[in-house]
Design a protein around this ligand. Structure first.
Ligand code: SF4
Ligand code: MSK
Length: 680
């Protein structure tokens, strides 16, 4: 080949292997940064997704590597026949495609439940040291919430003295709550106490099905045992354990993480902030916090506000310190302090490409190893902080965080960022895009806004669902995935839902995507909602999409659903309520665990992109159809965003019909039409 041809070939190959920014993301700020990265020859996940195609066997759930006789690839025959289910399709040990797919699926549940629950355990340990006053940095902040959760952990809040009930000492309650909470991970007897926070009918169904978790760790360990070669080889029995572990996550580890964080750092209430890469400030020290645990980042917020630290930043030539966040640490700090959102999971490399990030501090989960390589091309200091989450690259600084010297560790990190401000070596290019948002909703604030003080419950929300102004509730959550256009599924699905009067509760990266798209403001109701939902949002002054927190805070959606049941008029169980779940761009094992605890709680749940079950159609049918008969909730997969939203709406309508409230909705629509005619 001539030299010239070789050069042409190289250029073509390079172009083919680089992402097209517009095809990669709907967000103009991200498109600008992908372009800049390519100009600077810095590779990002968007380029890697173009270069490396997914394996068709693994992605459909039918590759087993649980022993060294494999990996066994149980390819789906082109002439797949439902009647025979091709039982000759086997691994070396004879494992069927259903067994392999079910084992893989529940191992994902185990991975996700372990991640959430280990996060929860970390919070519980800090909580207990705070309750025992072993640390100055943390204090019990929200005593009202402490008193609310104590009874659910069998901790009495009153004692009998001389025949009268008197309030117990709050410090004593806090210590006992901490001790009881920690026991939930490994107690030898009984069951996870929070399971009883589900509606009575749901708890009884779980009891009947034998899926009430015993303790959090045990259910995860048992998955690893059962999926070892030669143990559980019945996909239905495997899913039973997957269900028990998912409940241990949603109604156990995740719910405890949320509650204890609220008690330690304060229960979120609505506040305003901004979202997208445009929150970075050229003339400030930019410290980006990324990961999931708020334990360290809460301390960073405290330290960064100290006058002497701000003065120190000024002494280095900066006008101040700008904190912002990526992924769920961002959501945690947003909902309690209004710290702005810098971006979603897929924007972590792009934030550094602005050249403006002086330090990125990471804790656990969803941190791409490549952020270290990108940081190496800029002046950015990448700081790992958690003993279980380190990186091999030499440019990574590790400052191990310990709750016993939390403020000192946080100060070290903030000073490192400040010291690095004068070292910026690339031209700073911060996209201008940022959107105003209102975030910080939760079970309590929804009750306040949509319940009213008179009833003190979800009465008004239920009333609006019954009269049809609100058609139903959508829980739309989850990640970004480089295999699909960044944020497109998230935003299109949510817009379609609110257009059809479905109020949306959101967490995780979906919440950040909605924030960037301007859907988290009360004003967006007028622009995007159907008439019924718009009227409710305008009356009470809330956005049609309620940001309820981080990934572990999906437990808030479960509790909100339980409150809806409690308020009455919409059935006896979550499976009766017009509600549907969705993860349009999921990618993590945590998303599978979340999806499955939604399903096990009675919620129809649709995922986008792909699901690792499609290579085993019989197992898939079990999850997509038969599960509804068992638990009232089931899985579904829909890649097209509009069809995805309409599947959710169809389910919501099915539930409305079963409750006999479908007619009420028609009446409201006629009222609206009449009103429009009158106005015309
Ligand atoms: Fe193959 Fe069975 Fe080993 Fe899996 S457990 S890799 S199916 S032999
Ligand atoms: S951060 S788990 S990418 S939502 Fe919670 Fe986003 Fe998914 Fe991580």
């Amino acid at each position: 080949m001539s030299e010239e041809k070789k050069i042409v070939k190289k250029v073509v190959e390079k172009a083919e292997k680089a992402a097209d920014p517009v095809a990669a993301t709907i967000d103009p700020a991200s498109q600008q940064m992908i372009r800049r990265a390519q100009e600077l020859n810095v590779e990002t996940c968007f380029d890697r997704a173009v270069k490396m195609k997914p394996c068709n066997i693994g992605s459909t759930g039918i590759c087993c590597k649980n022993c060294s006789m494999g990996p066994c690839r149980l390819t789906l025959p082109k002439d797949y026949d439902e009647a025979t289910d091709h039982t000759t399709r086997k691994g070396i040990c004879g494992a069927s495609a259903n067994t392999v797919a079910a084992r893989n699926f529940i191992r994902m549940i185990a991975g996700g439940a372990a991640a959430h629950s280990d996060h929860g355990r970390g919070v519980a340990e800090v909580f207990l040291s705070a309750a025992r006053k072993e640390t100055d940095a943390y204090r019990i902040k929200d005593t009202r919430k402490l008193l609310e959760i104590a009874p659910a952990l069998d901790v009495p809040i009153q004692v009998e003295v001389d025949g009268k009930m008197v309030d117990r000492d709050i410090d004593e309650i806090a210590v006992e709550v901490g001790e009881k909470a920690i026991e939930e991970w490994g107690k030898p007897h009984g069951e996870v106490l929070y399971a009883k926070r589900a509606p009575k009918a749901r708890y009884e169904l779980w009891k009947k099905m034998g899926v009430v978790p015993r303790n959090i760790d045990r259910e995860i360990v048992e998955i690893m045992h059962r999926t070892h070669i030669g143990v559980d080889q019945d996909y239905k029995n495997l899913m039973k354990q997957g269900t028990r572990a998912a409940i241990a996550d949603g109604w156990g580890g995740s719910m405890l993480a949320t509650d204890l964080q609220d008690v330690l750092f304060g229960t979120p209430y609505p506040l305003s902030s901004e979202a997208n890469l445009g929150v970075l400030r050229e003339d400030h020290v930019n410290l980006v916090i990324h990961g999931h645990e708020p334990i360290l980042s809460e301390m960073i917020v405290v330290v960064a506000q100290r006058p002497e630290i701000v003065e120190y930043a000024k002494s280095k030539g900066a006008k101040g310190i700008q904190l912002s966040g990526i992924c769920c640490t961002a959501n945690e700090l947003l909902q309690r302090h209004g710290v702005p959102l810098c971006g979603t999971f897929l924007q972590q490399e792009l934030a550094i490409i602005t050249g403006a990030v002086d330090a990125m501090v990471v804790d656990i989960q969803c941190i791409m190893q490549n952020v270290a390589n990108v940081a190496n091309c800029f002046h950015t200091k990448l700081i790992t902080t958690h003993p279980i989450a380190r990186m091999e690259q030499e440019n990574v600084v590790h400052i191990e965080f310990d709750e016993h010297h939390a403020l000192e560790d946080a100060e070290k990190i903030v000073r490192l960022a400040i010291d690095n401000y004068p070292n910026r070596r690339n031209e700073v290019m911060i996209p201008k895009q940022k959107s105003p948002i209102v975030a910080g909703f939760g079970v309590e604030s929804i009750e306040y806004h949509l319940g009213g003080t008179f009833r003190g419950s979800y009465y008004t929300l239920n009333d609006n669902i019954i009269n049809g102004r609100i058609r139903g509730i959508g829980g739309v959550v989850g990640c970004n995935n480089a295999r699909t256009r960044h944020n497109e599924g998230h935003v299109e699905i949510v817009k379609e839902l609110i257009k059809n009067d479905v109020i949306v509760l959101t967490t995780g990266c979906n919440a950040i995507a909605c924030a960037m798209a301007g859907l988290l403001t009360p004003e967006s109701a007028k622009v995007y909602c159907g008439p019924g939902l718009a009227e409710v949002c305008e009356t009470v002054g809330i956005p049609p999409v309620l940001h309820v927190g981080s990934c572990v805070d999906n437990s808030r959606i479960l509790l909100a659903a339980a409150e809806v049941v409690k308020a009455g008029g919409l059935g006896n169980d979550i499976s009766d309520v017009p509600v549907a779940g969705s993860a349009p761009e999921w990618m993590s094992e945590k998303a599978i665990s979340i999806g499955h605890y939604f399903v096990a709680s009675g919620v129809y749940t649709v995922f986008g992109v792909t699901l690792p079950v499609t290579g085993a159609p019989k197992f898939q049918r079990y999850l997509f159809e038969e599960f509804e008969k068992l638990y009232g909730g089931m899985w579904d997969l829909e890649v097209d965003p509009i069809a995805h939203a309409h599947k959710m709406i169809a389910h919501i309508d099915k539930k409305r019909k079963a409750l006999g409230i479908d007619k009420a909705r028609e009446r409201v629509l006629m009222d609206m039409a009449d009103r429009q005619r009158l106005e015309a």
